[in-house]
Design a protein around this ligand. Structure first.
Ligand code: M6R
Length: 363
């Protein structure tokens, strides 16, 4: 049942305020305490976190690395499962291995989990399907509560994975004595505001649809971001590739002049994910380098950001202002909707893109 939407993907994008609220109520109580399912996890007892996943779940891990390192000062490795399993990396003592998978059945992620089973202190999984193989073989299962996801392009599972991983990063910071009560409760109340911020972001749908009409004409598209917006740029590029079949690549904004700027001309749209955070000015100056080469910038920022930096942009998308650290969750919305509307404009099969399966159970 598409609930009145044209595609499952549209329905699942629209569901995000609700399912994120669901995830929050499963992990947070009214007194602002974080509750993990049994047997729980004590981050004071570990020295590093090794995160492994594929596809969109991998980009959720890359985003969470910024959170674990910045907020909890916990060193984090992130790997694509297909590389991790054959590289056979050493797993030092006091390492917790964390696997993220919507389906819980991804063959490479499961194999990576099995590789760690007798090496890591603990096997933790963040899954949508709690009765899955990955969940069954984990010491601790953290469900994301996204509900069934039908669209092959993952949307609500991604933002729910981010929500659970953010909560986990706060728990890590607390266990390790890296955060005081005041900033913990500030982070938690910021997190609780996400469903309503996302609902507001969804209202910018028309701007995203208009920008997508431009993307639909392109052969190549670049996505740029800095900090935790860099993995999000990857997620935006993956979404666009998967359902519109347009070649898209993501770069850390600071890498632009190390090569990819050579690609830029008036035919290449460049989507710039630029929340007004500490790195905003740097991102904007990279964006101006793109404009100087006639690149067609689609700027995604908040009202003030669009006002300050939007001049000369090909298109702008205005999101509500969001606490810096949570921007990746909010900016997932334009990443998803730009891809969605581009695919619709191109007339591709949005829910069942060619050559792809929802769950990749063979390597
Ligand atoms: O079920 P999983 O989360 O383990 O799946 C991982 C990837 O196959 C998946 O995220 C894939 O990249 C999606 N099609 C992305 O939209």
């Amino acid at each position: 049942d598409k609930g009145g939407h044209k595609h499952f993907m549209a329905k699942e994008i629209a569901e995000q305020p609700t399912v994120i609220g669901e995830a929050l109520s499963n992990y947070l109580d009214h007194n602002g305490n974080i509750h993990l399912p049994e047997p729980g996890l004590d981050f004071a007892k570990i020295d590093r976190l090794s995160m492994v996943a594929c596809g969109t779940a991998y980009f959720a891990c890359l985003t969470a690395k910024y959170w674990f390192e910045q907020i909890a000062r916990l060193p984090v490795d992130v790997d694509v499962a297909s590389e991790f399993r054959y590289r056979e990396p050493p797993v030092p003592a006091r390492t917790t291995a964390l696997f993220v998978s919507q389906s819980g059945e991804t063959a490479d992620t499961l194999a990576a989990l099995r590789y760690c089973a007798d090496k890591a202190d603990k096997i933790v999984s963040v899954v949508n399907v709690s009765e899955s193989s990955i969940a069954r073989e984990s010491d601790l299962v953290l469900p994301i509560h996204a509900g069934v996801e039908v669209g092959v392009a993952s949307t609500k599972a991604f933002t729910c994975q981010l929500t659970v991983l953010f909560i986990l990063a706060l728990k890590a910071a607390h266990d390790r004595g890296e955060i005081d009560d005041r900033s913990l409760s500030d982070h938690l109340s910021a997190l609780r505001s996400m469903p309503s911020l996302i609902a507001t972001a969804l209202e910018a749908n028309q701007q995203m649809q208009a920008a997508a009409l431009r993307l639909a004409e392109a052969r190549d598209v670049l996505f740029l971001g800095r900090g935790a917006m860099y993995p999000l740029a990857h997620e935006g590029a993956l979404k666009l590739k998967e359902i519109s079949y347009i070649h898209a690549e993501a770069y850390a904004s600071g890498e632009l002049k190390h090569g990819p700027i050579a690609l830029v001309d008036k035919y290449v749209p460049v989507v710039v994910m630029a929340p007004r955070d500490a790195l905003f000015d740097k991102t904007v100056s990279n964006m101006q380098e793109v404009m100087a080469r006639k690149g067609r910038v689609i700027l995604v920022s908040d009202r003030q950001g669009v006002e300050d930096a939007g001049e000369g942009a090909f298109a702008t998308i205005t999101l509500p202002t969001v606490p810096d650290v949570l921007a990746p969750i909010l900016y997932a919305i334009p990443a998803q909707l730009l891809a969605y509307h581009t695919a619709v404009a191109k007339g591709t099969d949005v829910d069942q893109p060619r050559n792809l399966a929802k769950s990749v159970t063979v390597e």
